[in-house]
Design a protein around this ligand. Structure first.
Ligand code: ATP
Ligand SMILES: Nc1nc2c(ncn2[C@@H]2O[C@H](COP(=O)(O)O)[C@@H](O)[C@H]2O)c(=O)[nH]1
Length: 226
């Protein structure tokens, strides 16, 4: 049973208004630990979650689609987004610029929809400052550095140089694990996915994300015979 079918949901809830505040779900990890894999599976299992599609100045990898995996933009176009205040956060990652467009976040929050981010620690810090309690952050660790390198090679999307650069920066990224609400080890994908799903379920149930409970508890107390 989903949260919205719960018997604890008040009958008088105004269906025109979202029944719950939307949630910003942030996944970070060193490159190759499995954020993209987990994100895709999470959205497959729960299509109500939408992905924040980042803008980036890096070149598309084989198979990546503009507007689906990223908005691939030039340096000039990225600068324009920054100047116009259209990004909720942005950062240099591996010598390219990456940023999260503001508008889809505003739309999701307004509609009470959850939105998922695959971003680094710098972006997470910026979103936390901007969105505070509406954000839940999850850090994903690889089981070992050897396995991380194996996954980057196995993915077959990056050159040896790029992989070496990402491995050099992995320790720095991992150094930020303590800033996250939850820290998981992605050993088996399905186990890690279940853990992420458990976090999302629990976070959706938080009192501050269910404003209708105020009315419901008042009704319980004021009309005990209903
Ligand atoms: N638990 C796992 N066991 C084995 N392989 C995995 C696991 N999780 C992900 N992988 C594989 O590891 C590779 C890297 O995964 P993925 O692209 O999801 O990482 P990422 O964290 O999103 O990387 P980046 O930050 O570079 O985007 C992929 O080939 C993926 O299929
Ligand atoms: N701060 C941000 N970081 C982002 C964003 N989009 C992606 N990323 C991070 O960049 C690296 C590299 O990604 P890749 O697709 O080139 O492998 C990875 O850690 C992502 O999490 C963003 O909008 N802002």
């Amino acid at each position: 049973m989903g949260v919205d079918e719960s018997p604890c949901r008040p009958q008088s809830l105004d269906m025109e208004n979202p029944s719950r505040r939307g949630l910003l779900i942030v996944l970070s990890s060193p490159s190759g630990a499995g954020k993209t894999t987990i994100s895709r599976k999470l959205m497959e299992a729960d299509p109500t979650i939408t992905m924040s599609i980042s803008a980036t100045t890096r070149a598309p990898r084989p198979g990546e689609e503009d507007g689906k995996d990223y908005h691939f933009v030039t340096d000039e176009a990225f600068q324009h987004l920054v100047d116009e205040g259209e990004l909720a956060e942005w950062a240099y990652v591996f010598d390219h610029r990456y940023g999260s467009p503001k508008e889809p976040i505003k739309e999701a929050l307004k509609a009470g929809r959850d939105i998922l981010f695959d971003i680094d620690w710098q972006g997470t810090q910026q979103l936390r400052s901007a969105f505070g309690n509406d954000l839940v952050s999850i850090f994903i660790l690889p089981p070992s550095m050897k396995e991380l390198e194996r996954r980057l090679h196995d993915r077959k999307t990056d050159s040896e140089d790029v992989i070496a650069g990402r491995m050099r920066r992995a320790a720095g990224e991992i150094g930020h694990w303590g800033e996250y609400d939850y820290v998981l080890v992605n050993e088996q994908v399905e186990d890690c996915l279940s853990e992420v799903q458990a976090i999302v379920t629990a976070e959706r149930m938080r009192r501050n994300r269910r404003p209708y409970l105020t009315d419901f508890t008042r009704q319980l107390v004021e009309r005990p015979n209903n």
